[in-house]
Design a protein around this ligand. Structure first.
Ligand code: SF4
Length: 318
């Protein structure tokens, strides 16, 4: 039986890209776009349904409630705060048979408690645990803030995906220390289902035009070996669409993350299938590429990680 590499068939819905922060590598943020319009929200769920994906990945910028124009819009649309709106979005997704997977920035324990019943899993990248480096690329982000949020997700018993962002000029030593910090949180809370080694890829929206230090294959191999020693049992994930070494790394990793079509190319008449190169590359290494749900199997069957509402949605999917 071949070893499997997994991925989650996914459709991304940005609840709002507005963000008060200014990370130099970000191609997502906007200043004043507001919340996604209701009609567009439902149109995207229609598209996702036509494509047959299981996961809706909800995204937002950081600290949405601190933006006055978003607070006004939330009030106008009948929501006391952004988390109430995000809950509403997750509930609409669940009603249509999807499993929500939200990445809404660094949240508090109380915010995770409110979102847990309607999310199969959630995500927040640590990115880098070294604030002297963070200040150069993400001036508002702090390691303590990220680690506190990832710990809060663990205390709230949310199956969680996190990871480090690499290729921005950080040292290999700081990457290893960041992984150690994540392993420490997992040792305390047991909530990490996957850790991503996500590389920066220049994109039109970011102010960085080149990757200051693209990690080598050998550096990835060292990071993977380090994580296996530090936290065996937590899946290792890379993004094949961003990572130039993805094919060579397949025998060493477990998961390709949430894969979906680029929205603009979505064709509602076509059921989405995983792009051939990924399954062919796996087969070339004697591996089998297999779809999974946004919550990893080890958490579905474990006691206390899945809300009744999410469990019903999982069971309905068969
Ligand atoms: S990476 Fe996140 S926090 Fe940074 S600017 Fe982009 S949306 Fe905001």
């Amino acid at each position: 039986m071949p070893r499997t590499v997994t991925y989650s068939p996914s459709f991304t819905v940005a609840l709002t890209p507005d963000c008060p922060w200014h990370c130099t590598y970000c191609g997502f943020r906007t200043d004043h776009q507001g919340l996604i319009a209701d009609a567009e929200f439902h149109r995207l769920l229609d598209l996702a349904q036509a494509q047959g994906v299981s996961e809706i990945q909800f995204l937002a910028g950081e600290a949405s409630d601190t933006l006055p124009h978003l607070r006004s819009e939330l009030r106008r649309r009948g929501f006391p705060d952004f988390i109430a709106y995000a809950r509403w979005a997750c509930e609409r997704a669940l009603e249509r048979g999807f499993l929500p997977h939200s990445n809404l920035g660094a949240l508090t324990r109380a915010q995770f408690d409110r979102l847990r019943p309607v999310n199969a899993a959630m995500t927040l990248m640590l990115e880098n645990g070294d604030d002297s480096f963070n200040r150069t690329v993400a001036p508002e982000k702090t390691a303590a803030g990220r680690l506190a949020a990832i710990a809060a997700a663990g205390a709230a018993r949310v199956p969680f995906t996190t990871g480090i962002l690499i290729g921005l000029g950080e040292s290999q030593e700081s990457r290893l220390r960041s992984l150690d910090a994540l392993a420490g949180l997992h040792a305390r809370h047991g909530h990490l289902q996957a850790v991503m080694l996500q590389n920066f890829a220049p994109n039109p929206g970011s102010t960085l035009r080149v990757a200051p230090h693209a990690p080598s294959l050998e550096e990835y191999e060292d990071l993977i070996a380090h994580w296996r020693r530090a936290s065996p049992g937590v899946a290792l994930q890379i993004d094949p669409n961003l990572n130039p070494h993805w094919s060579a790394l397949l025998p060493l990793i477990d998961d390709l993350g949430s894969l979906g079509e680029v929205l603009e190319c979505a064709d509602p008449t076509q059921v989405w299938t995983v792009p051939d190169p990924y399954s062919e590359a796996c087969a070339g290494h004697g591996l089998e590429l297999r779809a999974r749900l946004p919550i990893h199997a080890s958490f579905i069957n474990a006691e206390g990680w899945v809300s009744d509402r999410v469990r019903r949605a999982i069971e309905d999917r068969g």
